[in-house]
Design a protein around this ligand. Sequence first.
Ligand code: ARG
Length: 272
Amino acid sequence: MKKSKQIVSLLLAAFVLLLAACGSTETSKQSGGDGEKKKTLRVVTDAAYAPFEYQDKGEIVGFDIDFVKAVAKEAGYDVKIEHVGWDPIFVEIKGKTADFAVSSITINDERKQTYDFTVPYFLSKNEILVPKGSSIKGAQDLKGKVVAVQNGTTGQEVTEKILGENSKDLKKFENNNLAILEMKNGGADAVVADNGVVDTYVKNNPNDNFAVIEDDGAFEKEFYGLLLPKGSELKAELDKAINKIFENGTYAEIYKKWFNKEPDMQTLKAQQ
Ligand code: ARG
């Protein structure tokens, strides 16, 4: 009896220590020469979208994360990136409880009514993930099939154009990994999501026997931006920093690290 009590209090003490350790990341760093404190920005994300943002051994990593760290450094800020999930991102940014969000977020007119975006930083498009040997060869073949998507994404939007809104064949999930899992478990014939994500999934999970179907006729070019509260004064500073890392090669370096190829800077810049 006594021994188990001791164990419980030991565990409690360890837990309290752990909490204290987590809390200490809040403090902002001293900046370089002038001794002025750098401001720490709160950045929210949905870290279930590899290789853009995902969790690896408890850490949030990915292309978007490296990108945001480089942009923040250039703009003179520290960042604290927090995984809150996809839908909560929009609640936080609307309510201004976070400074901005990074999450492979496509810039579109509907979102622009409520939020601001930085200049585009990534060129993307939707693709279809299917089991190898599927009869689905293009977007129109999705008709009559069960399709899994992440709720509230452009993947849902383009799929609804084909299946119809509120189609019972459309299964919506809180995150994209759950949509892929549904297909793996036989509950869906396809997943529609961003090319970077489905390409990476196929490469990293050869035993799942999935293939990627592209359909450039059906799925348009999309561009990711950092999502800000409407009217945020940070936008100008972030835009400037993004253009700086476009120019000084930092962006291309990060891009090559994650995608093993050169970014299409011309298309990106032409969007501004
Ligand atoms: N680009 C798509 C969109 O903006 C999907 C983004 C999903 N991102 C994520 N981290 N789950 O709708």
